[in-house]
Structure formats: structure tokens, C-alpha cells
Design a binder for this molecule. Sequence first.
Ligand SMILES: CC(C)(COP(=O)(O)OP(=O)(O)OC[C@H]1O[C@@H](n2cnc3c(N)ncnc32)[C@H](O)[C@@H]1OP(=O)(O)O)[C@@H](O)C(=O)NCCC(=O)NCCS
Length: 181
Amino acid sequence: MPELVDPNTRLRASFLKAVAEFHAEGPGRPVPWFVTDVDPPALTDAEAFAAYVARVLAERTEAAARPDARVPMTTLWWTEGDRVLGRLAIRHRLTPGLRRVGGHIGYDVRPSARRRGHATAMLAAALPVAAGLGIDRALLTCDEANIASRRVIEANGGRLLAADGGKLRFLLPTGSAQQLM
Ligand SMILES: CC(C)(COP(=O)(O)OP(=O)(O)OC[C@H]1O[C@@H](n2cnc3c(N)ncnc32)[C@H](O)[C@@H]1OP(=O)(O)O)[C@@H](O)C(=O)NCCC(=O)NCCS
């Protein structure tokens, strides 16, 4: 059964293969930012990869929040055994910029693992994690043309809030205790 796990050094080979697949998707397919964030040749070195993993884990803290997002973010990898299938990041709170684009949760499934329900299952698995971070209703955004992402969000209970400039914004209940009261 696939599961969300913390980034870890054990998965280095598979993570780097997944990154290579995103790069190979070809022109016209936007490369996710988490992929442009890594330098695969540099990360083949075990120590460099350990430093990368440590940095990603540290982004969960206020002190090490990424300068571009400026909010703490929990990154998780969707894995089956030793294979990294995708990644998901939960931003702990919103900025005005994230309210427009980005929202609380972003995800990507590696090309060779798509259309098997992974993104839908990965987002479902992440909602309790978001609830644990105090997010009652997660804001998710996607491009209007991104039919797959829209389906993923709607399958997880996302309610369309607004469509604006080619972007869709959804609210998703995370199932937090506060919501049930
Ligand atoms: C969007 C993405 C995460 C979907 O991942 P996935 O694991 O293939 O998604 P799922 O298998 O859970 O599919 C969800 C739904 O989308 C549909 N779908 C998947 N890919 C599709 C495509 N290329 N075109 C149309 N529908 C598609 C599936 O059939 C499924 O529909 P259903 O619920 O009616 O059966 C993946 O395509 C991806 O990583 N894309 C690049 C990055 C990205 O767009 N991230 C999201 C940013 S908001």
C-alpha cells in the first residue's frame, strides 16, 4: 500500500529517478518547482543528498521557511516500498500570494505513476496531516486546464470557491476535530 513518508536518505536513488522523469517530460510541460529546486548530478553524492533532505525537513520550522514562500511547509513523499511515486507539500498558513496561487497543498506524481489514482489517494492521506497542523479547511488552487488536478481535488471533497484568470480555487474540509464540533 502506498503511504506518505517523511523525506529520507534511503530513497535517494528512486527520488532522483523521479526527478529525472519530470525533467524528461519535454517542452510545454511545466517542471514542478520542487524539481527545479534540486540539482540531480550534485545530489547523487550521499552527503549532498542528506543535506538536501535535512533542508527540506527543516522547512517545517518558522526559522527555515523557504524565502520564496515565507511560511513553514511540510513536504512528504508518496512511496510504495522503495519507490517514490510523488511528493506533496503542505504550507502551514497562507500569504496573500498563496491565497491567489498555490494555496495550502501542492502535489506532483511522477510521470510513470500517473493515472493510477495516486494523486487522489495521496491528497486523501494528507488531509489528516493538514488537520494536525491546524488547517480546518485547506485552500487548493489549480489551472482551469488541469483537468486531472481538478478531479483530484473534487474527489477529496473540494468545493469550488472561485474561477479567476484561468485559475480555480477550492476549499477542502480536512476533517479536523474543530470542524466536527
Ligand atoms: C495532476 C496530477 C498530480 C494527477 O496525478 P494522478 O496520480 O495521475 O491522478 P489520479 O490518478 O488520482 O487521477 C485523478 C483523476 O484525473 C484523471 N486524469 C489523470 N490524468 C489525466 C489527464 N492527463 N487528462 C485527463 N484526466 C486525467 C483520472 O482519470 C482521474 O479521474 P477520475 O477520478 O474521474 O477517475 C499529475 O498529473 C501531475 O503530477 N501533474 C503535473 C503536476 C501538477 O499538475 N500538479 C498539480 C498542480 S495543482
